[in-house]
Design a protein around this ligand. Sequence first.
Ligand SMILES: C[S@@+](CC[C@H](N)C(=O)[O-])C[C@H]1O[C@@H](n2cnc3c(N)ncnc32)[C@H](O)[C@@H]1O
Length: 307
Amino acid sequence: MTTPIDADTGHEPVLLDEAMAFLAPAAGGVYCDATVGLGGHAVSILQRSSPGGRLVGIDRDKEALARARTRLADFGDRARLVHARFGSIRAVLESLAALPIDGCLVDLGVSSLQLDHSERGFSFRHGGPLDMRMDQSQGEPVGDFLRRADAGEIESILRDLGEERFARKIAAAIVALRGREDLSTTSALAALVARVVPSRERNKDPATRTFQALRIAINDELGEIERFLAEIPACLCPGGRLVVISFHSIEDRIVKRRFRALASGEAGGGPCLRVLTKHVVVAGDEERKRNPRSRSAKLRAAERLPS
Ligand SMILES: C[S@@+](CC[C@H](N)C(=O)[O-])C[C@H]1O[C@@H](n2cnc3c(N)ncnc32)[C@H](O)[C@@H]1O
């Protein structure tokens, strides 16, 4: 039987019970998993919306989509998978004649597949080319960006998206050394950061913030969330549910503010959402112990109001 926990990798979708409680998939409903990844949450949505429920799964990573396709094969044409960015969710759903939908889930950030495959260049723990693009068919790898960007641009990314106190020092070192040293690998960048930044946080590699900031920038992750949140209200039917799981305080802040603006009507066009999570929902002790990735997860949910 297909289960939400991946039998090959042991990957467990975060906040699964909480996400399903808010999304409330029902038989025959139409849902979108806008970050289908390895398909963990998607399995649960399809099981709970049986019989007859349909799911559109979106991911910008072709490798993830291929995995999800195998994983969801048992559900046949109830699941449709699309290679796209969720920032253009409306056009994707329109092209499949899937509008309006009864619910949408977004589980932001990187997948374990991206982190574990060294050749994708996401992790300072595995040596690989310095890439970090979620969609390798377009955009610029981090290595190319660091070869051409000026120190000020690199510094503001590290400071604003990584909250890195040593942003200026790291940016200066990258610019000073890039002509002399090969910075095209994850290990080379991690070694450079380790030389410049004092190791100050226990159990945290000094390169953590640098890698996170560059990943968010190269994939325009915050721009994607903004575009998604602008489009999603018009995609939901009255009573339709939206569940967003984020892993970074900057992402959560964007979601919280946008929910508030859509609920009060200050986003324009009158109130269109009711916020269901008065406070952000986090993982319980058991899940935190079992699945370390859940420790930074934050869930917010809302419901579409009738127009
Ligand atoms: C945390 S994983 C999702 C895991 C999934 N919920 C599961 O249970 O297997 C996040 C996924 O979102 C995808 N992603 C991130 N930003 C995206 C965007 N703007 N558009 C589409 N997919 C995106 C990533 O490629 C990654 O596969």
